[in-house]
Design a protein around this ligand. Structure first.
Ligand code: HEC
Length: 301
């Protein structure tokens, strides 16, 4: 349905303005919606747990707990005062790939720009076109509840020196197109590693234990080891199991998914092409298994 909506918008756009430039833009709104789904629906920007199912979508205000404090997601609707409605393409690309706001201040790394920096320019600009096609919602952004230095944007410069290199996805010619597509999705838009990779003391992603499970993702949920280790990871899952899980949230043992993973499936991965879910599965199951036992932090979460 959302796709039909994108197509309808595309048609309206074409009917409204007939310049060559706008003629290429409408198609990108539909593609941009697909990019948003591949990114898990950007659900961190919707305050579902606070406001329930009728939370204003993508208008921010969701508290994301981290070991460094609680950070609130921002309004990414095209509202001109409280959202991103005045952003240029360059502003959007800089935010997504460098973690910098239009005024050049740094974003806190709870915003997964290390992953998004691997995305193609085309995907990013299509995503922007889609976001700009949504209804603007007026809602002010909230400052973080964190102690200095973690609440200071300037301190993020230091964090970046230690932990951030803007990526750029390079396809591996020795692998299949599906594997490469999976690698792009996992490490780019779908940002699996931002929740599933353990963090170092300074809050960077621990590259030596990539995807090996983390108890320190946003909201402090336990995100499983998703390397194919047979005992501590998903080595017993088949590619079909994994693709099915990304569509339905149902695990091979019949258990269903909770929390953030349920959200990114429901609002995101469930809506991408089936071939993309297969590609993610093929890529993940080809990675080196890493043995890393996950332990529940406290049962109350
Ligand atoms: C926003 C954070 C977040 C993102 C992004 C995310 N996950 Fe998860 N994932 C979680 C959490 C939290 C759980 C635990 C859910 C539960 O306990 O039911 C989980 C569970 C899983 C599981 C179940 C593992 C098991 O042994 O039960 C798999 C498989 C999985 N994720 C794969 C992925 C893949 C593949 C991606 C990227 C395409 C991804 N996840 C992106 C947070 C995330």
């Amino acid at each position: 349905m959302a796709r039909a909506f994108g197509a309808a918008l595309a048609w309206l756009g074409l009917a409204g303005a007939a310049t060559a430039q706008t003629a290429t833009l409408p198609a990108s709104i539909g593609r941009g919606e697909a990019v948003l789904r591949a990114a898990g629906g950007c659900t961190c920007h919707t305050n579902y747990p606070g406001e329930g199912d009728d939370a204003p979508e993508l208008a921010g205000g969701r508290g994301l707990e981290t070991p460094f404090g609680t950070f609130y997601s921002t309004n990414i609707t095209p509202h001109r005062k409280t959202g991103i409605g005045t952003w240029s393409d360059a502003d959007f690309l800089r935010a997504m790939t460098e973690g910098r706001a239009p005024d050049r201040s740094h974003y806190f790394p709870v915003f997964p720009y290390p992953a998004f920096s691997n995305m193609t320019r085309r995907d990013l600009l299509d995503l922007k076109a889609y976001l700009f096609s949504l209804t603007p919602v007026e809602r002010e952004n909230l400052p973080p509840d964190a102690l200095p230095p973690f609440r200071l944007r300037a301190a993020v410069a230091g964090w970046k020196l230690l932990n951030f290199r803007p990526g750029s996805f390079e396809a591996d010619a020795a692998q299949s197109p599906a594997w490469n597509r999976g690698a792009y999705l996992v490490n780019g838009p779908a940002h699996c590693g931002e929740c599933h990779t353990p963090r170092t003391l300074s809050g960077g992603l621990d590259r030596s234990r990539w995807l090996a499970g983390s108890a320190e993702g946003p909201e402090g949920e336990l995100a499983a080891n998703i390397t194919p280790d047979r005992r501590t990871g998903i080595g017993e899952w088949s590619a079909t199991d994994l693709a099915w899980y990304l569509e339905t949230g149902i695990k091979p043992d019949g258990d269903d998914t909770q929390g953030l993973m349920a959200e990114v499936i429901e609002h995101g991965y469930a809506h991408v092409d089936a071939a993309d879910r297969r590609a993610i599965a093929e890529y993940l199951l080809s990675l080196p298994p890493i043995e890393h036992e996950m332990k529940a932090p406290d049962a109350g979460k």
